[in-house]
Design a protein around this ligand. Structure first.
Ligand code: UDP
Ligand code: MN
Length: 255
């Protein structure tokens, strides 16, 4: 049987949320070995997310959690997005859920799947090749000021010897959150591995990976890191100016 892949998605309420999650849900409908852990950045789980999971037929293959980002760490409306890390609380809650609910004897994989990126189903096929005790790695498109950010491999294509990153290349792992997935046994072996607020901008990936792997131990995937199967797309802030004109009370219609 294929190893189970636990996809960890922090998500928060905004006008485009349902569109983003609908797009992602179709990957789960195509890939039966995926389990979706959705962690809402709110005080309760919501109907929007629950209904979406039901309509996609994913109630059995999903876990709906919630934890609110503390106010002092939450981005304000006018803040640039890089000012504070996003998804820290939510990803850590998912990691602790995995540590309590997943069978350590069964080989599985965990992946951090932000809700606004674009994913090829082929990426999830690649993840099933991750060996126990290893972290799989691949290129990510449209990130870090580059068309493609990717690992550089040795002549035999067996080991990562560097990265082409242009932005903060001095980071221990100068890669995006979407560039890797982890064999779950590493989470049990290194219980201290998680994310933190008190790290410099761009260091979240290095923060978790430094506990569980070295560059040399990374497992190159996606056709020796030549294929791009995930893109760091971002959705522009929705303009609802006419909604406000139509509804003087400031409430806009749900979609
Ligand atoms: N996110 C969240 N709460 C927030 C902002 C973001 O849970 O207040 C989630 C978001 O839905 C996404 C992840 O955290 O799944 C990363 O956020 P975003 O895509 O905005 O980050 P960027 O792509 O700009 O690095
Ligand atoms: Mn994003």
């Amino acid at each position: 049987a294929l190893p189970k892949i636990y996809a960890i998605t922090p998500t928060y309420s905004r006008p485009s949320q349902k569109a983003e999650l609908t797009r992602l849900s179709h990957i789960f409908m195509l890939m039966p070995n995926l389990h979706w852990i959705l962690i809402e950045d709110s005080n309760t789980t919501t109907k929007v997310v629950r209904n979406l999971l039901t309509r996609a037929g994913l109630t059995e293959r999903s876990t709906q959690l919630n934890i609110k980002t503390p106010l002092n760490y939450k981005l304000k409306n006018k803040d640039p997005n890089w000012l504070k890390p996003r998804g820290v609380e939510q990803r850590n809650l998912a990691l602790s859920w995995i540590r309590t609910n997943v069978d350590p004897a069964e080989h599985s994989v965990i992946f951090f799947m932000d809700d606004d990126n674009s994913y090829s189903v082929e990426l999830f096929v690649e993840m099933t090749k991750i060996e126990p005790g290893r972290v799989g790695i691949w290129p990510v498109g449209l990130v870090g000021g580059l068309m493609v950010e990717k690992p550089i491999l040795n002549a035999e294509n067996t080991q990562v010897i560097g990265f082409n990153a242009a932005w903060r290349p001095e980071r221990p792992f100068p890669i995006d959150m979407a560039a890797f997935a982890i064999s779950t046994d590493l989470l049990f072996k290194y219980p201290q591995a998680q994310f933190a607020y008190e790290v410099e901008r761009g260091y979240q990936e290095s923060e978790i990976l430094r506990h569980i792997t070295t560059r040399e131990q990374l497992q190159p995937l996606a056709n020796n890191c030549r294929d791009v199967l995930v893109w760091h797309t971002r959705t522009e802030k929705t303009n609802l100016v006419s909604e406000i004109k139509l509804n003087k009370d400031g409430k806009h219609s749900d979609v």
